[in-house]
Design a binder for this molecule. Structure first.
Ligand code: ADP
Ligand code: MG
Length: 876
């Protein structure tokens, strides 16, 4: 029995999916797999688990449905927010009936019936129990996003439901013929539900690759209000953030109440735009109050008749502030300022431009001119705006009586002055509490502006959004499988994404979407939909996972969209280099051990090499410390460099800001910051390895009393350091849980000490923090392990900081923030090749030729001969 809070009952009534509960449950009862599609916000994520729960799934009372209800999300943000919401709707505490689990966080009880998790978590669970016996239903949410993990899960789960059905039938047969089955061995069929925000489901249902019987597709009609799309006439290529800023401000000043959702590409853009908007909001409020008071006074005085333009000008021309306000430094058309809210009886239709391909400005002009004809007060306002005109001449014929003017003045007082902006950021790396702020209540006078990355496209429905500002961009990671070169690029979104984004505006009423690109760009340049992740990323982890699950021929696995054969071959080559596969492509014991670690095979190879080598050493006394350090180094190599992040973040702001004073302040701040980072780099620097440098910084960070202060003082990126610290703890737990020494000791379990021993030695050495904790031979051990993990990413110096990397034609470079920059060793391995203005090696570690001989075997063949032949490492 479920008793929901009254307010929930009220809002649920309005969700279209609630009307379809019966139809959905019937389909689920009749079929092993069901696809549900419905626009974002229709209630899929929050309601379907509740339907199942109410139907007895996840309840001990029904033996056939006693397994729990699992729901996966591609994004951590969505897991937390929706679990919390569902618990609230069911009137229970989070962690009781409804729980969740993400990589760093978990709140789930023994008796939980509903479990929200990331797709990565379920993928790990399926590795340990392929039949997922704990579950009676699995919901794969946001299947349309085609995340790598969800795609793999879809393929696997189609097999799982088949096998569970077969087992179940066998059991029933044996029961009928008098056999017995203990309750632990009892198996029930599994239900699979795919949920999608789009109707593009053909990859899931075509060709019987996944499902022998095509599952029913249930479409949830959405009460989607019309959203008027406004294309920009021109497409600003570089400063789309500036455009977004302008658009938000002009919406705020002119258009009626309603939240604004802005789509940008990354955290830096979000923060930058938020800051700018907050600043403008403050200025606007001050100015509006001033003007209000002035106009009110004028009205009260009755001194309307002979308005002295100069007087008005002086009244507002009080220095830089005002300058900012009237002629915004961002080149805003001054005539835009302070319009809309004067007009009480505008016609909604006229206010917005509905003709797709017109420039907004045209409409704005028309809109502004409609004011001038009415009355003196408007004339005054027009005059005021007219101040900004170059010629400064506005004819304001006084036509109304003083009484009427006063009345209008009253109205103006009540309707004018665009309120404060409530500016909130939203991106994946934001702390959970900050993420949930978009759902909080706020004051009526405020206008909500959410500046978001792609997370707001489908995963979260933010209430009260009426306007969407779409930059049309998204940040994508491009990967060149041949060279291993990665680059983050800001790219155009797909047409499908664009319509998803626009849809966010029509949830609570008719809305408007302002696209900061032209319709020509939209139809000629945008792809129809974005390609599934699996076709874009290296699949070494996928292949290792498959091999460890006894799926020998990865190319035969039923992926919704299979990866390129060449990508599979490349992954196999890499896994052979890491000795996870033998020359016949079979999983080695090392590979098996690696597959237990939920991380890139390179990282697990490095960790396991450290463990192996430490077991071989005689000196056990410091082994726990070295292991702790190894784990920190893996954490360091898994995340962006916190030194570089901080620096680049500052640099980015520079080019964008046209404001002079801000620029100067910024300049000074940046300079200070740069100095700080330089000093920090020197302090933590390990000239033989970037990974060890960052590991040492992490070390110092963890024992510092005030993490935030420590990062501030040392120019480290706080969020990255926090994440790294958590990752390190988690990896350490993995080392001890993944390789239990008990059963089959495969040589990879840690027997020198306990997890507490490792943590203790880590803490002891840091407390005497001025001394560098590692000895030279220990550093070399870690260097060799890193070499083993990146054995195919070797580079040899050609001159200065220029290197030649195996299998890469063009020269590659040490990054100026690398700790190897001053020593520039002859040979090194790098963890990433990132193409910015030129290819930079990140995560570099000096290596010795003998390590290469040992670990890189015949892999390291340089693509072109050196100009100046040097004694060259040969693989033989
Ligand atoms: P879908 O999964 O179909 O996109 P959801 O189930 O996420 O839809 O959302 C249904 C409704 O519940 C939406 O109106 C949304 O705004 C609301 N909602 C979802 N999560 C929360 C939350 N954490 N707080 C408040 N409202 C929420
Ligand atoms: Mg959803």
């Amino acid at each position: 029995h479920v008793s929901r809070p009254a307010e929930v009952e009220e809002t649920r009534k309005d969700l279209p999916i609630v009307m379809m509960e019966q139809e959905i449950m019937e389909a689920i009862n009749r079929h092993p797999a069901v696809i549900i599609s419905g626009q974002t916000g229709c209630g899929k994520t929050t309601q379907v688990p509740q339907f199942l729960y109410e139907a007895g799934f996840g309840s001990k009372q029904f033996s056939s449905r006693s397994g729990i209800i699992g729901i996966t999300q591609p994004r951590r943000v969505a897991v937390l927010a929706t679990a919390k919401r569902v618990a609230f709707e069911l009137g229970v505490r989070l962690g009781k009936e409804v729980g969740f689990q993400v990589r760093y966080d978990k709140k789930i009880g023994e008796n939980s019936s509903i479990k929200f998790m990331t797709d990565g978590i379920l993928l790990r669970e399926i590795q340990n129990d392929f039949l997922l016996r704990r579950y009676s239903v699995i919901i794969l949410d946001e299947a349309h996003e085609r995340s790598l993990n969800t795609d793999i899960l879809i393929g696997m789960l189609t097999r799982v439901i088949k096998i569970r059905q077969e087992y179940y039938e066998e059991q029933q047969k044996s029961l009928q013929s008098g056999g017995t089955v203990t309750s632990e061995c009892q198996i029930t069929p599994l239900k699979l539900i795919l949920m999608s925000a789009t109707l593009r489901v053909e990859d899931f249902v075509s060709g019987k690759r996944l499902f022998p019987n095509i599952p029913p597709l249930i479409e949830v009609p959405t009460r989607q209000y019309p959203v008027t799309i406004h294309f920009s006439r021109k497409t600003e290529i570089v400063d789309y953030i500036g455009q977004a800023y302008k658009k938000v401000m002009s919406i705020h000043k002119k258009l009626p109440q309603g939240g604004i959702l802005v789509f940008v590409t990354g955290q830096r853009e979000v923060d930058h735009l938020c800051e700018k908007l907050r600043k403008s909001s403050k200025e606007l409020v001050v100015q509006a109050a001033k003007r209000d008071a002035y106009l009110k006074k004028k009205c009260d005085d009755g001194s309307f008749g002979g308005v002295d333009m100069k007087e008005i000008a002086e009244a507002f021309d009080d220095g830089s502030d005002n300058q900012n306000y009237r002629f915004s430094s961002h080149g805003e058309d001054p005539s835009e300022i302070g319009d809309g809210n004067y007009d009480d009886d505008f016609e909604e239709e006229d206010m917005y431009e509905s003709d797709e391909d017109r420039d907004w400005e045209t409409v704005d002009d028309g809109f502004a001119s409609s004011f001038v004809e009415e009355g003196k007060f408007d004339a005054l306002r027009a005059a005021f705006n007219g101040l900004a005109d170059k010629n400064g001449s506005v004819s304001a014929e006084p036509t109304k009586t003083i009484a009427a003017e006063n009345q209008e003045a009253e109205q103006v007082k009540n309707t004018f002055s665009p309120g404060k902006l409530r500016v909130l950021p939203l991106y994946a790396m934001l702390s959970p509490a900050a993420q949930l702020r978009v759902f909080e209540e706020f004051e009526k006078e405020e206008r909500l502006v959410v500046v978001a990355t792609n997370v707001a496209e489908t995963s979260l429905t933010i209430p009260g959004i009426k306007y969407v500002v779409d930059t049309g961009r998204v940040k994508v990671k491009n990967y060149d499988s041949k060279t291993g070169m990665e680059s983050y690029e800001v790219d155009w979104i797909s047409q499908a994404s664009a319509s998803q984004r626009a849809g966010r505006a029509g949830r609570t009423g008719p809305g408007h979407c302002y696209r900061l690109y032209s319709s020509a760009v939209f139809s000629n340049i945008f792809e129809e939909s974005s390609p599934p992740e699996i076709t874009k990323v290296p699949v070494d982890g996928v292949v290792l996972l498959m091999k460890s699950m006894n799926i020998p021929k990865v190319e035969n696995f039923p992926f919704p969209t299979p990866p390129e054969l060449s990508a599979i071959r490349e992954a196999e080559r890499c896994l052979k280099a890491l000795e996870a596969l033998d020359s016949n492509g079979r999983l080695t014991p090392l590979g098996k051990a690696m597959s237990h670690y939920p991380m890139s095979p390179r990282h697990s190879r490095m960790l396991l090499t450290v463990i192996q080598m430490l077991k071989e050493t005689r000196n056990y006394s410091r082994a726990n410390l070295v292991l702790g350090y190894a784990v920190a180094a893996v954490a360091a190599l898994s995340l962006p460099n916190p030194l570089i992040m901080e620096f680049e973040g500052e640099k980015k702001n520079e080019s964008k800001d046209a404001d002079k004073t801000v620029k100067q302040e910024d300049k000074q701040r940046r300079k200070d910051r740069k100095e700080k980072i330089k000093a920090a780099r020197d302090r933590f620097s390990n000239p033989s390895s970037d990974a060890l440098t960052v590991a040492y910084a992490l070390h110092s960070f963890e024992v510092s009393e005030n993490g935030m202060g420590f990062c501030e003082a040392n120019g480290l990126h706080l969020k990255t350091m926090d994440e790294m610290s958590k990752l390190k703890d988690q990896l350490l737990r993995l080392v001890f849980s993944c390789c239990k020494p008990s059963e089959t000791d495969d040589g990879f379990s840690w027997t020198h000490g306990t997890i507490q021993d490792v943590e203790k030695s880590w803490r002891i050495t840091t407390s005497s923090s001025s001394k560098y904790p590692l000895l030279q031979n220990e550093e070399e051990l870690l260097g060799e392990a890193i070499c083993a993990g990146w054995a195919d990413r070797v580079a040899r110096k050609t001159r200065a900081t220029e290197y030649q990397a195996c299998a890469v034609q063009e020269p590659v470079f040490l990054h100026r923030w690398s700790s190897l920059i001053n020593t520039a060793p002859e040979l090194l391995v790098y963890s990433e090749l990132l193409l910015t203005n030129r290819p930079y090696m990140h995560g570099a570690t000096r290596v010795k030729p003998e390590w290469l001989v040992k670990h890189a075997k015949s892999l390291c063949v340089f693509s072109s001969p050196l100009k100046d032949p040097k004694p060259c490492y040969s693989s033989e």
